[in-house]
Design a protein around this ligand. Structure first.
Ligand SMILES: CCCCCCCCCC/C=C\CCCC(=O)SCCNC(=O)CCNC(=O)[C@H](O)C(C)(C)COP(=O)(O)OP(=O)(O)OC[C@H]1O[C@@H](n2cnc3c(N)ncnc32)[C@H](O)[C@@H]1OP(=O)(O)O
Ligand SMILES: Cc1cc2nc3c(=O)[nH]c(=O)nc-3n(C[C@H](O)[C@H](O)[C@H](O)COP(=O)(O)OP(=O)(O)OC[C@H]3O[C@@H](n4cnc5c(N)ncnc54)[C@H](O)[C@@H]3O)c2cc1C
Length: 633
């Protein structure tokens, strides 16, 4: 058995079998998949060794091993769901005995997480796949009663995975107990053929993520042992007794894990886009600033700095907030292990809004980085289009953004009501009590003043939502209808909450560690944090004018400070993206390579196009020539 020491980038990147002779964009849909399986199998082997070394635990802080594959695959790794959801679901939701049983083959099995169906992705209580207990045979019988009940979207499900964790409605003695998770083998380990009673396949080409092998799965009287229900939180005993969970939402726990992870993931996606676009903007000379001087680096245009420096700052914001959220997640998981669920609603609310904001921001900021590179940003060889389609998928998967923001809004409204009743609130929402009791300060043009102002916006909008719901109820609507009628404002409250959290955590975490850093590093990090906070104060000036005592003069001074910060960061911009330390082989970009040989790399890449293998393509003689000659005057 090959034995890999803990992979270093050099080791992994030196493996010939991981290099592409032909750029992926020139392969067919099928060749693309086969190519990533080739590379993914090498990495799977390495990561399997790595995971054994690290005694893989469910709650593993974001690791860099995953980043290496991110670069080498260039597209999505079809084995990703095995590590991202399949193994964490088992270690998070199965008993220790079940974990030993289900994972006894170690990395000899490849899994995915099959929850979404053709007809339902968001509303999990509406999932149609059924798991019905057969008392006589001590088995569950899985069925897909309708076309819309087919599992649809799970990554790796089409042709890669041989096992999955399936979410299905649990039926015992005719009673439905809601969605539960089940460990299911779907393919023969040796032959990889689908097991009898299953219909399996891939769902077809997508906007991106085209190597993720997202698939469909239908069950027809498919039997699994009763013990294959993940029974850490709820159980079905041999006699059919159902033992319910202390909190039915623990079944949704695997999604919280990935939502928390995604903040760090988006930090990394943005770091790549910022590296590419800032380095390119330092190489690209275009137009003049002073008419009598040579063409300038486009990075000297202040508007170019405005487009790009927010991405550098945001990547750091997501990295720092991602670690803060990870610590919160780990603490809550520890509490749950000790039987306390108190902070689960707070963790759910935080993970929902921060996952949404980080994925949405990564999307539009990567697009802004692409547009800032002009036409060359539109080339696949820049890698910006792929970064965009990969990042924006996350706005939808792992919880569609609107739906998750409404979950956070639910928590804000509940917290507001508790504040009105004089209850003490968790630190992450205690500002609601301050606001309710009119304990807040006049506007200050400082980072702390801005953070306090953004919190006032959250409190003001939340109060407005609560009053809107109350108004609709008093006019005769049911609460749920009144909620729906107020949902535009509820989304605004969650968005504002998420922004205030990001600004607060970023600023205070940087402030907290700055004394431990070299003066230069502390200065630059604080400039990035202040740039981030000031950028969003200016973006949200309307809300600040409504809910705080900020003046027009304050806003003018903030605009001036923002432009000062752009000028201060400009000399360090290239150094800042270099400090993301993303190697060319992982950056995969003709525009962002460390040596700055943009034009030579663009030409080298263009010549790899199969169309350039000959000077005249056969279609000329086959199709064009007859038409041209026919119409030649
Ligand atoms: C090596 C590691 C690598 C890691 C790599 C990271 C990157 C990975 C990339 C992977 C790529 C793709 C993977 C994509 C995978 C998927 O997409 S899996 C499918 C994702 N699907 C969803 O997220 C579904 C979203 N829908 C839901 O979660 C629920 O339907 C919803 C919460 C919207 C509603 O659930 P209901 O049961 O209807 O609940 P409500 O009636 O609304 O009540 C809400 C109350 O329940 C509490 N709640 C809800 N969810 C949770 C939760 N997850 N945890 C805890 N509590 C929860 C909520 O607080 C409310 O409580 P209250 O009643 O107010 O007290
Ligand atoms: C690239 C990719 C990979 C994926 N991988 C997996 C995977 O590995 N495993 C898996 O199980 N799933 C996976 N999914 C599926 C994903 O989790 C779902 O697409 C997602 O949960 C959204 O559900 P949906 O597609 O049914 O959209 P819907 O929920 O139907 O949303 C459609 C629209 O309806 C709105 N809407 C829905 N409910 C409400 C509401 N209550 N209030 C207001 N508006 C509402 C939404 O905001 C949205 O605008 C993946 C999806 C993608 C794109």
């Amino acid at each position: 058995m090959k034995c890999y020491p803990v992979p270093r980038e050099n080791l992994v990147l030196s493996i010939d079998n991981l290099k592409d002779d032909i750029p992926e964009e020139y392969l067919s849909h099928k060749e693309c998949y086969e190519n990533v399986i080739r590379k993914g199998s090498v990495l799977y082997d390495i990561f399997s060794e790595l995971s054994k070394d690290r005694k893989h635990k469910a709650h593993q802080a974001p690791s860099n091993a995953y980043r290496i594959s991110d670069g080498i695959m260039q597209n999505v790794n079809p084995f990703l769901l095995h590590f991202a959801l399949f193994v964490p679901a088992i270690t998070n939701q199965a008993t220790p005995e079940q974990q030993a049983e289900f994972l006894k083959h170690g990395f000899g099995i490849i899994g995915t997480y099959a929850q979404t169906e053709l007809g339902h992705g968001t509303f999990l209580r509406g999932l149609e796949t059924t798991a019905t207990l057969d008392l006589e045979t001590d088995e569950f019988v899985l069925n897909s009663p309708t076309l819309t009940s087919y599992k649809w979207w799970p990554g790796g499900l089409g042709h890669t995975a041989n096992h999955c964790v399936v979410m299905a409605q649990l039926y015992v003695k005719g009673k439905c107990h809601g969605p539960h998770l089940f460990f299911v083998q779907i393919r023969d380990i040796e032959t990889h053929e689908p097991l009898p009673g299953l219909k399996l396949g891939e769902i077809g080409a997508k906007m991106g993520f085209n190597t993720a092998d997202n698939g469909f799965l239908g069950f027809h009287n498919f039997r699994i042992p009763r013990n294959n229900m993940l029974m850490k939180n709820s159980q079905v005993l041999k006699d059919g007794t159902y033992v319910e969970s202390k909190n039915e939402k623990l079944t949704y726990g695997s999604m919280v894990f990935v939502r928390v992870y995604l903040l760090s993931d988006m930090a990394y996606m943005l770091a790549r886009a910022a590296t590419i676009s800032v380095r390119y903007s330092a190489v690209r000379h275009q137009s003049h600033i002073k008419p009598d001087e040579p063409e300038v680096q486009i990075l000297d245009f202040v508007i170019q700095q405005h487009k790009l420096f927010i991405s550098i700052a945001t990547s750091h914001a997501f990295k720092i907030c991602g670690l803060w959220l990870w610590q919160t997640y780990s603490k809550v998981m520890e509490d749950i292990g000790k039987g306390s669920m108190d902070r689960l609603p707070e963790l759910h609310a935080l993970s929902c809004c921060l996952k949404t904001t980080s994925t949405r921001d990564a999307g539009w900021l990567i697009e802004q980085c692409r547009l800032a590179c002009g036409g060359h940003g539109y080339l696949m060889s820049s890698n910006l289009p792929s970064l965009y389609t990969t990042a924006t998928a996350a706005i939808t998967y792992e919880g569609e953004s609107t739906v998750l923001l409404l979950q956070t809004a639910r928590y804000l409204i509940k917290s507001w009501k508790r504040a009105m009743e004089g209850e003490s609130l968790p630190a992450t929402v205690s500002f609601l009590s301050e606001y309710f009791n009119k304990r807040y300060n006049k506007w200050e043009n400082t980072p702390k003043g801005i953070v306090d102002g953004l919190k006032l916006v959250v409190a003001g909008v939340t109060k407005m939502c609560a009053e809107s719901i109350q108004k609709h109820v008093s006019r005769g609507q049911q609460y749920e209808e009144a909620w729906n009628s107020s949902s535009v404002q509820l989304i605004k409250a969650s968005e504002a909450y998420s922004r205030a959290l990001l600004c607060e955590v970023f600023w205070f975490e940087v402030d907290k560690v700055s004394s431990t850093l070299s003066n230069n590093l502390a200065v630059v990090l604080k400039q990035l944090a202040e740039l981030y906070i000031t950028y969003w104060a200016l973006e949200k000036r309307g809300d600040l004018l409504v809910y705080t005592t900020i003046s027009k003069d304050d806003l003018d001074k903030l605009q001036e400070r923002y432009e000062e910060l752009l000028a201060l960061i400009r000399p360090n911009a290239v150094g800042l993206v270099d400090s993301f330390d993303i190697r060319d082989e992982i950056l995969c970009s003709t525009l962002g390579a460390y040596d700055g040989r943009v034009y030579e790399r663009m030409m080298e890449h263009a010549l790899k196009s199969p169309l350039n293998a000959e000077t005249v393509n056969q279609s000329f003689h086959k199709y064009m020539k007859p038409v041209i000659l026919k119409h030649k005057i």
